[in-house]
Design a protein around this ligand. Structure first.
Ligand code: BG6
Length: 303
């Protein structure tokens, strides 16, 4: 995988106090966005948001201290892009978990800014390598907008002659001070498939408090979720567009120990609330058509 030269990217697209390019861990090219509201970083490898920090806040996104930054491996934390399948491939477990977008090198498509907003767009197009993994022609665009919030929009265009079906997730990892003092509201009454119980179905009863391994795909829901981090005194609001599934995940103790790229104790400080179209909510896209899914993340400190 050949990375573009960050010095050249900087000379073409760098904008003082708004947009800068640097070499991140693993040599991955990273785009740093900033403005009066905060800062975020995006890696071209994976089309992956690595961090988001509104002014006056500790980081909103969790990033594992044990994350690998190796070509072919996903980054553990931030916002991985799961596409064109979520989870294991339905027919072939040898194919990459959560699809290939998060382990692909994306291209810079453009940058933009106004006094209030700083934005970058990345693109991933089909290639011989992607066609060998998934036999459909596509164009994916990721638009990351930093305002008084962070908005991430993933657009899929079908460039093929036939319709295709895909699933997807913006797999956001949120940092919390203490998971057992964290409550996730918004999914009350939603139906789920529980991955820890062979996808057994159930209906969410009340707000979510995580006290064991938690891995549920909520279907047919466009609800806004609020991650209430009582120990830190912060609420993170996760609003979505074009998404009918929400995944909530925490590996808890044993799974954390089994994961090579995740610290044994890090499950205490994170929870994933993922904006998705998966399971019952896969998307069918006709030739030439586009589909967009977006998440907006807002953090607020409580009085
Ligand atoms: C979640 C899945 O979205 O991602 C979990 O529901 C999975 O089952 C988790 O363990 C992490 O996946 P990965 O491939 O990044 O280890």
């Amino acid at each position: 995988m050949e990375f573009p030269d960050v010095a050249k990217l900087n000379s073409y697209y760098g904008t003082p106090e708004k947009i800068a390019f640097r070499e991140g861990p693993g040599g991955f090219p990273v785009i740093a966005l900033a403005n009066g509201s905060g800062a975020c970083e995006v890696s071209l490898y994976g089309g992956h948001v690595l961090s988001y920090r509104p002014i006056g806040h500790v980081p909103v996104l969790f990033m594992s201290k044990s994350s690998l930054y190796e070509v072919g491996k996903p980054i553990r934390g931030g916002i991985p892009v799961c596409w064109p399948w979520f989870g294991a491939h339905p027919d072939n477990s040898a194919l990459p978990m959560h699809g290939f977008a998060r382990v692909s090198l994306w291209n810079l498509a453009g940058t933009d800014y106004t006094p209030r907003s700083t934005e970058v767009s990345l693109r991933l197009d089909h290639s011989d390598e992607t066609l060998a993994l998934w036999p459909h022609k596509f164009r994916l665009t990721l638009r990351v907008t930093l305002e008084q919030f962070l908005r991430v929009e993933l657009t899929t265009r079908n460039m093929d002659e036939e319709a295709f079906v895909f699933s997807e997730a913006l797999h956001s990892y949120f940092m919390v001070r203490q998971i057992v003092e964290t409550t996730i509201r918004g999914l009350e009454g939603a139906e789920y498939a529980d991955k820890t119980q062979a996808n057994g179905r159930g209906v969410q009863d009340g707000p979510i408090v995580v006290g064991e391994e938690f891995d549920k795909i909520y279907v047919d829901t466009d609800a806004e979720c609020v991650v209430e981090d009582a120990a830190l005194g912060r609420e993170i609001t996760v609003s979505k567009e074009g998404s009918k599934s929400t995944v909530v995940w925490n590996p808890w103790i044993e799974k954390a120990q089994r994961m090579a790229d995740f610290g044994d104790d890090e499950y205490k400080r994170m929870v994933c609330v993922e904006t998705a179209n998966a399971f019952d909510n896969k998307v069918t896209l006709e030739p030439g058509a586009t589909h967009s899914m977006a998440v907006t993340i807002r953090a607020a400190l409580k009085e």
